[in-house]
Design a binder for this molecule. Structure first.
Ligand SMILES: [Mg+2]
Length: 373
């Protein structure tokens, strides 16, 4: 496979509205856009979605840049690959750092798909022509959350996720249910509870949530299985799933009934596809989580969510929900609750280079000695 050079764009832009969880409030979002180019003029893109500080995973943008520069890009350049599938074995010798791996792997897959003239959706066996869209609500108060849901409802979003914590859960969910008794609603706790809260968590069953996402520790699988036995609401694992192996363990133990597959959290397309296939074979629904990301990651997620096991609306919303202007062209647009899966090759969206350069603070270029063929 031809690769001539890898470029990293370190970008940042303010969010239209702060993204609030009990762990962190994000107002300015930075990311690394990875560009893989060949000598025929094809360019593939990936996005590293680590945050500036390690509040969601252990990675940061600085550690990801270090991994890319000092390990992953040199490892890619020293091997001749014929298919990006081989990256799984090339990157295996470096533990974790999944978001750095995912950004580079995505760029190489996008380049490969463009060289082959096929969309990423098609390349990975996607079947959906359009995907349902869900939104994340992070209102700091019930009133703000209800207002956000009302606004989003007019755009037709099909599923709503509210960020909860032990200090606001019952009040927030009760207020939302009073306004929207039948809303497809789920809650994400980002690990704010322990097993000592089991009796309290049981009371959340009354809110008829589609699921409760990651209530217990971010690195737990075993205790979630004990909680799932005791509550009716299906549990969904997010932070606990970093690999196919984690997903296998969670399903073996009955730790959840749903999995949130975030490509960047699990290290890229190959792991995401393996987790999808495992869940699909066991009738475990999956959905695609978001990372408050720019359009490149969003585009990869749309292709991923077109696979047949993604039966629940993911956190993939319109670009305009987060950004004044996105870095892809056209921007992602939710129409009556749906997003069209592009048929063009690769990620199926062009890059808005003017915008990319306008928000890039820094660019690094790594060239192969000879072109990798
Ligand atoms: Mg989550």
């Amino acid at each position: 496979m031809k690769i001539k050079q890898i470029s990293l764009y370190i970008i940042s832009a303010p969010l239209n509205e702060p993204f609030i969880t009990h762990l962190e409030t994000v107002t300015e979002r930075a990311a690394i856009i990875v560009e893989a180019a060949d000598s025929d003029g094809f360019k593939g893109y990936g996005e590293v979605t680590a945050f500036a500080s390690p509040w969601y995973t252990e990675e940061t943008l600085v550690t990801a840049q270090h991994m890319l520069k000092d390990f992953l890009i040199p490892a890619l350049f020293e091997c001749e690959i014929s298919n990006p599938k081989e990256l799984e074995f090339i990157f295996k010798r470096f533990r974790r750092n999944n978001m750095a791996k995912s950004g580079l792997e995505q760029a190489v897959w996008d380049l490969y798909a463009k060289q082959q003239g096929v969309s990423l959706s098609k390349l990975f066996g996607g079947t959906a022509k359009r995907i349902p869209s869900g939104a994340v609500v992070t209102g700091s108060s019930s009133r703000r959350a209800i207002q956000q849901i009302e606004d989003l409802h007019t755009e037709g979003y099909q599923r709503y996720k509210i960020k909860i914590s032990r200090t606001n859960d019952t009040e927030l969910l009760r207020d939302i249910r009073r306004y929207f008794p039948d809303l497809p609603l789920m809650a994400d706790a980002n690990s704010d509870y322990t097993l000592d809260d089991i009796n309290h968590l049981k009371t959340l069953d009354e809110f008829r949530l589609l699921m409760l996402e990651q209530p217990l520790a971010h690195d737990d699988i075993a205790e979630h299985s004990l909680l799932q036995e005791k509550i009716k609401t299906p549990l969904c694992l997010d932070e606990s799933i970093h690999s196919f192996q984690d997903a296998k363990g969670a399903l073996l133990m009955g730790s959840c009934r749903i999995i949130n597959i975030k490509m960047s959290r699990v290290g890229g397309w190959i792991q995401a596809k393996k987790i999808h296939d495992l869940c699909y074979s066991q009738n475990i629904p999956v959905w695609c989580g978001g990372m408050v990301e720019f359009g490149v990651s969003r585009a990869h997620n749309i292709a991923l969510a077109s696979l047949p096991g993604f039966t629940i609306a993911g956190d993939i919303s319109s670009s305009s929900r987060y950004w004044e202007e996105d870095i892809i062209d056209p921007e992602v647009k939710v129409v009556n609750g749906w997003i069209a899966v592009p048929e063009k090759s690769g990620i199926g969206f062009g890059i808005n280079e003017r915008r990319l350069l306008a928000i890039a603070n820094h660019k690094e270029v790594y060239k192969t000695r000879g072109e990798i063929k």
